[in-house]
Ligand binder design. Sequence first.
Ligand code: GAP
Length: 458
Amino acid sequence: MTDDFEKIISLAKRRGFIYQTAEIYGGLAASYDYGPLGVELKNNLKKAWWKAMVAKRNDVVGLDSAILTPRIVWEASGHLQSFHDPLVECKSCHHRFRADHLLEAKQAEPGYIKEKPIEMKDLKCPDCGGELTEPKNFNLLMKTELGSVEGQKEEAYMRGETCQGIYLDYLSVKESMRKKLPFGIAQIGKAFRNEITTKNFTFRMREFEQMEQQYFVNPKDAEKHFNYWKEQRWNWYKNLGMKEENMRWRQHADNERAHYAKDAWDIEYNTPWGGWKEMAGVHNRGDWDLSRHGQYSKVDMTYRDEETGEKFIPWIVETSDGADRAVLMFLVDAFDEIDARSGEEDAKHEKEIVLRLHKDLAPIKIAVFPLSKKEPLQKLALEIQAELWKKRMTQYDESGSIGKRYRRQDEIGTPYCVTVDFDTLEDKKVTVRDRDTMEQERVEIGNLKNYFDEKFDD
Ligand code: GAP
């Protein structure tokens, strides 16, 4: 793990973004909670996704389907048969690993010779050097039981991907919303996978959140829509400030595509801990999902085009984003450690952290500081905050020097700080300081609302 990544993980915990689940009991592997600032950041991210994918479109509608699903859904989807990772176990320490991840890691090592690829038999346990078992397929779905009477319990599954709920409701949505192809259904929600490798913070969790959209199309137009959605998803990350030099497209090779995919492209992010890693995907799922659910449920999924008379099973172009992975990548991308810039007035320090989050994502939009804790500045600052929080998330801070207070806000990515000082009592103006440029402006209290309405696109 690199220094920067360790610093980001430590900041996430120290400043209330992300905590390990059940930490007081030693923690639960691959499970994390979002703290007060983390939940704001993640909600802002989901809001931005919903705005772009549902609220500002006529051809996509939203859905919130159940997490619990009967077994037959996952038989039909092919996940019970094919949703596997290759698992190996160390014969000495019994630690378990994903065989493909071990191979991948070895092939990124300095001595690796491309002409002589590393094979499973060359690998040893990375923890103790012991011998590894042959890879076995390990199904990732999480099973549970419904009902209260032993022996009569019904087997159910926590969904392994949110899109399955969309396929189950496809006909109901189409009919109730009078939709014609092409149209999309989007949802944000939890998904569950019994992951084998649980390293790298929130990158790979067992309980995580997906933001998925399924676009139902005439098969002959699938490629056009596929290219369109690829561009949309790339631009979403870019418009929220992600640096393009840290992003790239990668097409899945024939032997790595999921069982449902005819074509699959990932947006990868150049991570500080392991180079290029999947952040999001766009998949051409063909007619796999609706055909299979039609077959297993015996409900006809055929679409009849009223204008052309064509009949076909719609193809699906899927956009699939991980909310947790996106939060992590935006944190990594926004993290900036710079030389001290906030003056000498308090404890000596050489470095400062600035989280350069996009304004739409920042958990706190505006911080309000009175120069002194005493009346009348305190009361006036609280009144100003109460006006500002009508529209945006704010934070009030009256402790420590102004420099320290700026630094606290820079670390959590707050775009603007408002300081109420003694001059404010005379000129009815406050100082607004910009996180990135450090410029300070005197703004009339009566004009603050308009001032921030112009600064934020919300
Ligand atoms: N419906 C298609 C699908 O689920 P996927 O590539 O398995 O495709 C899509 O997952 C996205 O979900 C990934 O690009 C990633 O952002 C997120 N994701 C998948 N597994 C995850 C995990 N264990 N922890 C966090 N995010 C995960």
